[in-house]
Design a protein around this ligand. Structure first.
Ligand code: MG
Length: 325
C-alpha cells in the first residue's frame, strides 16, 4: 500500500509518496517569485504545466507501480486560490484515473505532523512559521481532538513580512534568506516589538524597518529585524510551553529553515529542559510528502472523509477534527 500526497498551496507543486509512514519520494517544482510577488494567473499556468511530470517523477522515484497507490491526498487549504485549484484538480484527476479515494488535508497540520513524525515526538508544542502563517499550537483532546492555537499573528505571517521587507529593501532574491545574509555583522537598533499575550503582529515592525533604511545601515536593519521578529516568536512560544507543561517543541514551516531562529529557540528551550525538534530544509519547505503522511493516517483511521468544499483558502487549522491516532 502507498499513498500519494499533492501539495500546491503557493509557489510549490510538490508530490510525495508515503508507505507505512516512510517517505519513498518527494518531488517538487517551484515557481520563481518575481519582484511583483506571486502573480495568480502565472502561478496557475506554471503549476498546470508541471503537474503531470512531477506526479510521474514521484511515482517513478518511489519505485512503486500506480496499482499500489491506495489513496490520493491533496492540500485543501489554506493557501492561494489559483494554486489550490490546480493542486485539487491534479489530485482529483489522478484519484479518478486510479479509482481510489481523494483525501483533503490541512496544509498547516501537514507541516506539524511531518515534524512530529520525523522527530519521533508524541505531542509537542509546534511553532509553525511560514510565508502565510505564524502560529503556536498543540493537540488537545477536549472538547474533541484538534490542534489548539495558543498564539498567532494578528496580521501577516513572519515569512511574508521578511519577503516583503526584502522586496522593499531591493534584496535579490526577495526572500527571508536574503535578509539573513544581509544581517551578517549587523548591530542591534531598536524596532517595535509587539507581543500581546501569546499573539503577535508584524506589519508595524516591517514598516518601521523599511523607514529605518533611510537613516541606518542595511545590515543593521536586517539584523535587528530578524532579532526582533524571532524574539517575539520565542517569547510567545516560551509562554505556550510553560502553560502546557510540554517538554517538546517542534519548529516547522518555511521560516523554520532559519539557522538564527533555531539558535534562539534552542536558547529559550534549554533552561526549561525542552527538547527542540527541527527538520531538514527539504521537509520545512512546502512538500508533497507531508500531505502524504497525513493522508495516510486519515486513510488508515477509516474515518468518514468530509466532502463538499474541495478547496478552502482560509481553512483554519483549529477547525479540523483530528480523527487519526
Ligand atoms: Mg507551507
Amino acid at each position: 500500500m502507498a499513498i500519494i500526497g499533492i501539495e500546491c498551496s503557493a509557489h510549490t507543486f510538490g508530490v510525495g509518496v508515503v508507505k507505512n509512514g516512510k517517505i519513498l519520494s518527494n518531488e517538487r517544482r517551484m515557481y520563481k517569485i518575481s519582484d511583483k510577488g506571486m502573480i495568480p494567473s502565472k502561478l496557475a499556468d506554471f503549476h498546470s504545466e508541471g503537474a503531470g511530470t512531477t506526479i510521474a517523477a514521484a511515482i517513478k522515484n518511489a519505485g512503486i507501480s500506480t496499482e499500489e497507490i491506495e489513496a490520493v491526498g491533496y492540500t485543501k487549504g489554506p493557501g492561494l486560490g489559483a494554486s489550490l485549484r490546480i493542486g485539487y484538480l491534479s489530485a482529483y484527476t489522478l484519484s479518478r484515473k486510479l479509482g481510489v479515494p481523494l483525501i483533503p488535508v490541512n496544509h498547516g497540520i501537514a507541516h506539524i505532523e511531518i515534524a512530529k513524525r520525523l522527530n519521533a515526538m508524541k505531542n509537542p508544542v509546534a511553532l509553525y512559521v511560514s510565508g502565510g502563517n505564524s502560529q503556536i499550537l498543540r493537540m488537545v483532546e477536549e472538547p474533541d481532538r484538534h490542534y489548539n492555537i495558543y498564539g498567532e499573528t494578528y496580521d501577516i505571517g513572519v515569512g511574508n513580512m521578511l519577503d516583503s521587507f526584502a522586496r522593499g529593501a531591493g534584496l535579490n532574491p526577495a526572500w527571508g534568506s536574503s535578509v539573513a545574509k544581509a544581517a551578517a555583522g549587523g548591530r542591534y537598533i531598536q524596532l517595535p516589538y509587539t507581543v500581546k499575550g501569546m499573539d503577535f503582529t508584524f506589519t508595524g515592525l516591517m514598516t518601521n524597518a523599511l523607514a529605518k533604511l533611510k537613516s541606518e545601515q542595511l545590515n543593521d536593519v536586517c539584523y535587528s529585524l530578524q532579532e526582533t521578529a524571532f524574539s517575539m516568536l520565542c517569547e510567545a512560544t516560551e509562554r505556550a510551553l510553560l502553560l502546557t507543561g510540554s517538554r517538546e517543541l517542534v519548529l516547522c514551516g518555511g521560516v523554520a529553515q532559519s539557522a538564527r531562529l533555531k539558535e534562539m529557540a534552542d536558547a529559550m528551550a534549554k533552561p526549561h529542559n525542552v527538547k527542540v525538534g527541527t527538520l531538514s530544509d527539504e521537509y520545512n519547505a512546502d512538500n508533497g510528502a507531508m500531505i502524504g503522511i497525513v493522508a495516510e493516517r486519515i486513510f488508515l483511521s477509516k474515518s468518514k472523509i468530509e466532502t463538499g468544499h474541495e478547496i478552502d483558502q482560509r481553512y483554519r487549522l483549529d477547525s479540523v477534527k483530528v480523527t487519526w491516532r
